[in-house]
Design a protein around this ligand. Structure first.
Ligand code: NAP
Length: 479
């Protein structure tokens, strides 16, 4: 399978040499050959998106945008299995999780379809200001224009849709640049939207390397908004390059989960195994730091280890597989080196820690220190650390001791303590009696500190993809 960028609905495959292979992380089989776009194609895509915004999308009525989105959701539902299989092949995600991703994606498009009809402004009480008598004022949300959407490999479908679907709901056009490691599901998605009736220039796809096309895309004067999900390092570059453009950055984290002495371990332990090891920990809100009250530490650790060792490791295409490879060998080697580094400095590997090619076995670490990489940085790998604490203050302080602040989990039956702790945690979101890794696609989602800027979750993304415009009327002039 050879794929290329799609600009104004056309995919121009030629014989150029700049191609990139996408390999299955599990067995290294070739999934696709990608023809890489150059800067001329990038500029053509942006120009086309700009024209399509001004001539078509800007004036397309909300009911039509809603219908296109609804149709896209229906098409995706029909093709659930095709999309799930390709996510598993290109990302190495176990098939049960790929299917879950496609189902969430369908829901995201449906939320956007519904919200397209709800985008509204407010009436301003003009006579609240001295001299404002006989004036009428209201606001309206208007689309920003061309949105550049840059997406990561770990949820190649759903995280693309968290940008595409609200952008369409708001009446924008989009230039999508997916991750080089997982471009095939994005390619299929763009075709699906065209089939659903979206004007072809409403969604252009540029397949190219981030380090080459990122700068010209983000700096381009016809781009009005950049929405990025990915690593902190790239987020920093984008923030600098974007200038006056609106920017949403959904970046990384080292999510903490706090388990107090009265936590329901029967519920928490299996959830945390999933939260730490789903998709080999390559989830931005993966449970990375578990702070456990000393009185339940041993019991927790025993059970957590036992259930972790029960995970079925294997071929991501097998229905029974819980745990598969990391995205590539380099990522697995990098994570293994962080484990080794922590061990040299006194940490212990309680289970796991074995790396072979793209596979790194589910790893639980203890005796860690706050300055070790496995704690201080985003591991983005199947590595979780369990750390005992004695007091609430100590647990909160340790959880907040991070450059990141995306989501956290708090486990306790004491509702007062739960809210007190949740209030003190410096996070974009806090779950009580739920893992940090849980996310629904309709709540505001995004980070504080260096976890990002702005919020996703369809309604909140629409806010960030529209401008508030004020209209005022002097009623005196009509008398
Ligand atoms: P990444 O390396 O930062 O890449 C993300 C995207 O940025 C890719 O499309 C990449 O293109 C592109 N890119 C690379 N250099 C660029 C540049 N100079 N300018 C513009 N774009 C550039 O991230 P990843 O490894 O795919 O994903 C993992 C990261 O994403 C983790 O840190 C994770 O926490 C974060 N994440 C955050 C959220 C959230 O919602 N907060 C969700 C999921 C993931 P190429 O692929 O071509 O290099």
């Amino acid at each position: 399978m050879k794929i290329a960028s799609i600009i104004n609905g056309a995919e121009s495959i030629d014989n150029r040499e700049e191609t990139l292979m996408v390999y299955n992380p599990h067995n290294q089989e070739r999934v696709a050959e990608v023809q890489l776009a150059d800067e001329n194609e990038l500029n053509a895509a942006i120009d086309n998106s700009y024209e399509t915004f001004h001539h078509t999308m800007k004036t397309m009525p909300a009911h039509k945008r809603a219908d296109i989105l609804l149709k896209a959701a229906e098409l995706l539902e029909d093709r659930l299995e095709d999309f799930a299989q390709i996510i598993t092949k290109e990302a190495g995600k176990p098939i049960q999780f790929s299917r879950a991703e496609v189902k969430r994606s369908m829901q995201v498009i449906r939320f956007a379809s519904e919200y397209a009809k709800q985008i509204s402004g407010e009436v301003i009480p003009m006579d609240a200001a001295i001299g404002g008598e006989n004036r009428f004022g209201f606001t309206k949300r208007v689309p920003v224009g061309v949105v550049a959407a840059i997406t990561p490999f770990n949820f190649p479908l759903n995280l693309s849709l968290h940008k595409i679907a609200p952008a369409i709901a708001a009446g924008n056009t989009i230039v999508l640049k997916p991750a080089e490691k997982t471009p095939v599901s994005a390619y299929m998605l763009v075709k699906l939207f065209h089939e659903a009736g979206l004007p072809v220039g409403g969604l252009n796809l540029v397949l190219g390397l981030g380090e080459e096309l990122g700068d010209p895309l983000v700096k381009h004067e016809k781009i009005h908004k950049v929405t990025f999900t990915g690593s902190l390092g790239v987020g920093r570059i984008i923030r600098e390059n974007a200038g006056f453009k609106k920017v949403t950055l959904e970046l990384g984290s080292n999510s903490p989960n706090l388990l107090f002495e009265d936590a329901d371990l029967e519920q928490a332990v299996p959830s945390l195994v999933k939260g730490a090891f789903a998709f080999s920990g390559q989830v931005c809100i993966s449970a990375q730091r578990l702070y456990v009250h000393r009185s339940i530490y041993d019991r927790f650790l025993d059970d957590f280890k036992k259930r972790t060792e029960e995970l079925v490791i294997g071929d991501p295409m097998d229905e029974a597989t819980d745990f598969g490879p990391m995205i590539n060998e380099e990522a697995a080697e990098r994570a293994k080196s962080w484990i080794d580094d922590a061990v040299i400095h006194g940490a212990k590997v309680h289970t796991g820690g074995e790396q072979n090619g793209t596979l790194l076995t589910p790893t639980i670490m203890t005796d860690v220190k706050s300055n070790m990489k496995v704690i201080a940085e985003e591991v983005f790998a199947p590595i979780v650390s369990v750390i005992p604490f004695d007091t609430e203050e100590e647990a909160v302080k340790a959880a907040n001791d991070s450059i990141y602040g995306l989501q956290a989990g708090v486990f306790t039956k004491d509702i007062n303590k739960a809210f007190r702790v949740a209030d003190k945690l410096e996070m974009g979101g806090v779950w009580i009696n739920e893992i940090s890794t849980y996310r629904q696609d309709n709540h505001p989602y995004g980070g504080v500190k260096q976890s990002g800027i702005g919020r996703e979750g369809v309604k909140y993304a629409v806010e960030d993809m529209t401008e508030m415009k004020f209209f005022g009327l002097n009623l005196d002039s009509y008398q």
